[in-house]
Design a protein around this ligand. Structure first.
Ligand code: MN
Length: 232
């Protein structure tokens, strides 16, 4: 095949304990999926159907044992961390029943939905899309994927984030309003999910800004810790 320009690279995540990597297709993100975070964003938590936004594959950034450094993005003065449980898809499908949804999950990881909050809120308040706030390169640092075949499907686990050693976010994935299975079932009504798709399940309360030079440590019990620095 000849291409008119160089094709985009494959963005891939590490797989814990294995040499092969997980190639990232699309990144679907669930909005406001913990009640306490919905409240801090000025919204009432509810059981309305979940809503999704997306990030491009180039947002994905593999965080290895040595950590990773992300650039401070342009055009923001309020760059926020959102620690999240990430589920990655191994088997595609459409109209997936909730009871079968976890069969489509390849594994789980710790991730960050980095957000230009000022741009997101400006867009939200004007009724415009969130893209400039959410969908930009390097905005999804994600640690090694732990295969469901190895660890099962975590239903409860402490999730936490520190910045420069100071606690910022602390909750439990048991508090997800929409579970991983429910999110997959709902999403698959609208779009055929594919192997390589990544689902970021939403962040608990405590989102806040980072500045150049800060060091974030994010963890989910059973999925390890990621260390992500913001470039100086
Ligand atoms: Mn998020």
């Amino acid at each position: 095949m000849e291409y008119a320009v160089s094709p985009a690279p494959v963005y891939a995540l590490a797989v814990a304990g294995r040499s092969e990597q997980f190639p990232v297709n699309r990144i679907f993100c669930v909005g406001r999926n913990y009640a306490a975070h919905a409240r801090e964003m000025g919204k009432d938590p509810d059981r309305d159907p979940p809503f999704f936004f997306m990030k491009p594959a180039c947002a994905a950034m593999a965080v290895g044992a040595e950590g990773a450094t992300i650039p401070y993005p342009p055009m923001t003065a309020n760059f926020h961390h959102e620690i999240e449980l990430v589920a990655v898809i191994g088997k595609g499908g459409a109209n997936i029943p909730v009871e079968q949804a976890l069969e489509h999950v390849y594994g789980y990881a710790v991730g960050l939905d980095m957000t230009r909050r000022d741009l997101q809120l400006d867009a939200r308040d004007k009724g415009r899309p969130w893209e400039f706030g959410k969908s930009f390169a390097h905005s999804a640092p994600i640690g090694p994927v732990h295969r469901a075949a190895d660890i099962g499907h975590p239903q409860e686990a402490a999730i936490a984030l520190t910045v420069n050693g100071e606690a910022r976010q602390s909750s439990d994935i048991a508090k997800l309003i929409w579970s991983v299975a429910e999110s997959i079932a709902y999403l698959s009504q609208y779009e055929t999910i594919e192997p390589g798709d990544v689902i970021m399940t939403g962040t608990p309360e405590g989102v806040n800004a980072v500045k150049r030079g800060d060091e974030m440590r994010g963890s989910i019990a059973g999925l390890g810790e990621i260390v992500v620095k913001v470039a100086a």
